[in-house]
Write a protein that binds this ligand. Structure first.
Ligand SMILES: NC(=O)c1ccc[n+]([C@@H]2O[C@H](COP(=O)([O-])OP(=O)(O)OC[C@H]3O[C@@H](n4cnc5c(N)ncnc54)[C@H](OP(=O)(O)O)[C@@H]3O)[C@@H](O)[C@H]2O)c1
Length: 266
């Protein structure tokens, strides 16, 4: 895997959203270990600063920290402007920041639904749209969009989250085809349950099956990018579910998804 990481990251500038924990943090650590410059984005400025110090000390990395709340409309454009103003040319964009709320829509706050869509969908599409033209002009670059196995069927009790990830998968696969001849690589990475802070918000009922590690997700992404795949599911059992689910009658697939994330009593 280290060959793929060297091939992708060495000498490149990598912008990672949601770099303060979980999968984004694992991407940052891997990229730094292979000689990338980093632009770390998330809300928790102190956590990002601590990570930047760790990466500078351990790998002598150049690290820029940009604290930013991507659930605020226009935040993606502001982030892009700040990156350009700092004279940074992003080679690899990792659109990873995302949240999943668990619970029925009837009990949800509209503002929370809008914020989830703004972060998982709008900011991701906004950042991709803003950074892509410079990549195609240079005829090199990579966009890694983090979707989910939730993208492959509707997810009752996580209706908004599942729909946002279906957007990410569809959007990214289409973009893969649009950019095929441009020298830019685009991929949607679909993790299943992964051991991160995600479940602090989503709750334990949202966790299906054995959790894999954030490092596993990075390995899977690197391997699939090397093979120029439009999308990839992390883990064999997750890949099997993602393959079977869309082939089932809708009510069967929805029923199975409902049972797997049904709120637990008490
Ligand atoms: N863990 C899983 O089981 C799983 C499965 C499938 C897909 N995924 C996807 O993987 C991605 C990464 O999640 P994770 O599992 O690594 O969870 P995580 O540990 O909770 O990380 C989420 C990251 O997003 C950042 N973030 C959250 N809200 C933000 C906002 N409004 N603006 C900017 N940054 C924000 C968080 O940092 P701050 O709090 O500092 O802002 C954090 O760095 C997400 O897109 C998630 O949907 C996760």
């Amino acid at each position: 895997m280290s060959v793929y990481a060297t091939e992708l990251f060495t000498g490149k500038t990598v912008l990672i959203t949601g770099a303060s924990s979980g999968i984004g943090r694992a991407f940052a650590q891997r990229a730094a270990a292979h000689g990338a410059r980093l632009v770390l984005v998330a809300r928790r400025a102190a956590v990002l600063a601590e990570l930047a110090t760790e990466l500078q000390t351990r790998h002598d990395s150049q690290v820029h920290v940009i604290p930013c709340d991507l659930a605020i409309p226009g935040a993606g454009t502001q982030l892009h402007d700040e990156v350009v103003a700092a004279g940074l040319e992003v080679d690899i964009l990792v659109n990873n920041a995302g949240v999943g709320a668990h619970g029925d829509l009837v009990a949800a706050r509209a503002a929370d639904v809008v914020a989830q869509i703004q972060l998982n969908v709008t900011a991701l599409a906004e950042l991709t749209t803003l950074f892509l033209p410079a990549m195609t002009a240079r005829r090199q670059g990579t966009v890694i969009n983090i979707a989910s196995t939730a993208a492959f069927q509707a997810i009752p009790h996580m209706a908004v989250y599942g729909a946002t990830k279906a957007f990410v998968l569809s959007f990214t696969r289409a973009l893969w085809a649009e950019t095929k001849a441009t020298g830019v690589r685009v991929i949607a990475v679909c993790p299943g349950a992964t051991d991160t802070e995600f479940f602090d918000i989503a709750g334990e009922a949202a966790s299906v099956g054995r959790r894999r590690s954030p490092g596993d997700v990075v390995d899977t992404a690197l391997r699939a990018l090397h093979r120029h795949r439009p999308s990839v599911v992390d883990g064999i059992s997750n890949a099997a579910v993602a393959m079977i689910s869309p082939r089932l009658p809708a009510r069967v697939a929805i029923g199975a998804a409902e049972r797997s994330v049904r709120p637990t009593a008490g």
